[in-house]
Ligand binder design. Structure first.
Ligand code: NAD
Ligand code: UFG
Length: 338
C-alpha cells in the first residue's frame, strides 16, 4: 500500500518512514527541504536497504500534489509538512498561516480531486494551551497561545468539518507531546538549524561541547523540583503510533479519531539533565534563568485512548531517549550538514 509522507524528510517523518517500511507499507516522501536536508534520503536507504522515492516540491502547489497522488496511486497520506517554531510564529504569523493552514487546505483539495480520503495529521499538545490539570485527556478544552498553536487548532477544526461534510473521509489526528531521541542506528535524528529551541537537542549540544551551558527556564514552578515538567516521547514510539493510526484507518470500517501520543509520565528539566549526563557520561552544566514567556508548568498526557483505540502505547524510557539522542549527536555533531 503506497503512503505519501508530506514533510517526510523532516525529523518525525523520516523516523516514521522507516517504521512504515518495516510494517510492509510503501512510503513516498514529498518535501520541499525548507527545514530538512536531502542527505537524509541516503540515510533512509541505508537503514531500510531499499531505494527511497522522493518527490521534491511544495505542498502548497495543489495541482502538483494531485499529480503526485495519482502517479503513485497513494492510498493514504501522513501530513507532517509545516513550520513548527513557536517563537518564529509570533514574529512571522503570516508565514505560519500560509504554510500550515494553506498547506493543509491545498493537500486536502488535492486528495479530494485524486479520490484519496485517508489522512493522518500531526497535531500537537500545544492545542491544550495551559491545561487546567494533568494528565490531559482528549476531551480537555483547547486553547491557543501563539500563531503556531492556532494553526494546529484551525486544521483540527477544518478536518472535523470535512468529516461532517463527507463521512467517507478517514481522519486520524495525533496530538504529539514532546518528541525526542533518534533512530537507534544513529543514522537519522533531529537536526535543528541554529540555536535549538527545544530542551533535548540543546542539552545534547551542551554535552558534546558545542554550547557552554544550558539555561533552565524557571525554577519556581509548582512542580517537585521547580522546573517545567513535560511528557517526553521517543520518536520511535511516535513512529509506531503513526503505523498503528494508519492501520486503524485503512482497516475495514476504519473510523476517524483524535488521540494523544504521549507516555503518560512527566519529567522535569533537571531530570532530563541528569538522565542525559548518565547516558552520555558527560557533564551538562546549567544555570537557572527566568521563565520563558508562554511556558506552562506541567504538561503530560493521559494516553489511554490511543491504547484502547489503536492498541498502541509508548515503551521507551527517558534513559532510552537520552542514549539514542546522544548516539545521534556524537556521530553527527553537525547534523546532516557534515
Ligand atoms: P520538521 O521541520 O523536521 O519536518 C517538517 C518537514 O516539512 C521538513 O522536512 C520541511 O522541509 C517540510 N516542509 C515544510 N513546509 C513544507 C511545504 N510547504 N511543502 C513541502 N514540505 C514542507 O518537523 P518535525 O519535528 O518532523 O514535525 C513534523 C510535524 O509534527 C509538524 O507538523 C509539527 O508541527 C508537528 N509537531 C512536531 C513536534 C515536535 O516537537 N517536533 C511536536 C508536535 C507536533
Ligand atoms: N527548557 C529549558 N531550557 C531550554 C529549552 C527548554 O529550560 O533551553 C525547558 C522549557 O522551559 C520547558 C521544557 O524545557 O519546561 C521543554 O521545553 P521544549 O522547548 O523542549 O518543549 P515545549 O514543551 O516548550 O514545546 C514543545 C514544542 C511545541 C509543542 C509542545 C507541545 O516545541 O511546538 O512541545 O507538544 F507545541
Amino acid at each position: 500500500m503506497n503512503i505519501l509522507l508530506t514533510g517526510g524528510a523532516g525529523y518525525i517523518g523520516s523516523h516514521t518512514y522507516v517504521a512504515l517500511v518495516e510494517a510492509g507499507f510503501t512510503p513516498v516522501i514529498l518535501d520541499n527541504f525548507s527545514n530538512s536536508h536531502p542527505a537524509v534520503l541516503q540515510r533512509l536507504q541505508a537503514i531500510t536497504g531499499q531505494a527511497v522515492v522522493c518527490e521534491r516540491g511544495d505542498v502548497l502547489d495543489t495541482p502538483w500534489v494531485e499529480a503526485v497522488l495519482r502517479r503513485h496511486d497513494i492510498a493514504g497520506v501522513l501530513h507532517f509538512a509545516g513550520d513548527k517554531a513557536v517563537g518564529e510564529s509570533v514574529a512571522q504569523p503570516l508565514k505560519y498561516y500560509r504554510n500550515n493552514i494553506g498547506g493543509a487546505v491545498s493537500l486536502l483539495e488535492a486528495m479530494q480531486a485524486a479520490g484519496c480520503r485517508t489522512l493522518v495529521f500531526s497535531s500537537s499538545a500545544t492545542v491544550y494551551g495551559d491545561p487546567a490539570s494533568v494528565p490531559i485527556t482528549e476531551g480537555f478544552a483547547r486553547q491557543h497561545t501563539n500563531p503556531y498553536g492556532h494553526t494546529k487548532l484551525v486544521i483540527e477544526d477544518m478536518l472535523a468539518a470535512l468529516g461532517v461534510a463527507d463521512p467517507s473521509w478517514r481522519l486520524g489526528v495525533l496530538r504529539y507531546f514532546n518528541p525526542v531521541g533518534a533512530h537507534p542506528s544513529g543514522q537519522i535524528g533531529e537536526d535543528p538549524s541554529g540555536i535549538p529551541n527545544n530542551l533535548m537537542p540543546y542539552v545534547a549540544q551542551v554535552a558534546v561541547g558545542k554550547r557552554p551551558h544550558l539555561n533552565v527556564y524557571g525554577n519556581d514552578y509548582a512542580t517537585p523540583d521547580g522546573t517545567g515538567v513535560r511528557d517526553y516521547i521517543h520518536v520511535q514510539d511516535l513512529s509506531a503510533g503513526h503505523v498503528a493510526a494508519l492501520q486503524a484507518l485503512v482497516a475495514a470500517g476504519g473510523q476517524s479519531f483524535t488521540v494523544n501520543l504521549g507516555t503518560g509520565r512527566g519529567h522535569s528539566v533537571l531530570e532530563v539533565v541528569c538522565a542525559f549526563e548518565e547516558a552520555s557520561g558527560r557533564p551538562v552544566p546549567y544555570q537557572f534563568a527566568p521563565r520563558r514567556p508562554g511556558d506552562v508548568a506541567q504538561c503530560y498526557a493521559d494516553p489511554a485512548l490511543a491504547q484502547s483505540l489503536l492498541g498502541w502505547r509508548a515503551t521507551h524510557t527517558l534513559a532510552d531517549m537520552c542514549a539514542d539522542a546522544w548516539r545521534w549527536q556524537q556521530g553527527n555533531p553537525e547534523g546532516y550538514g557534515d
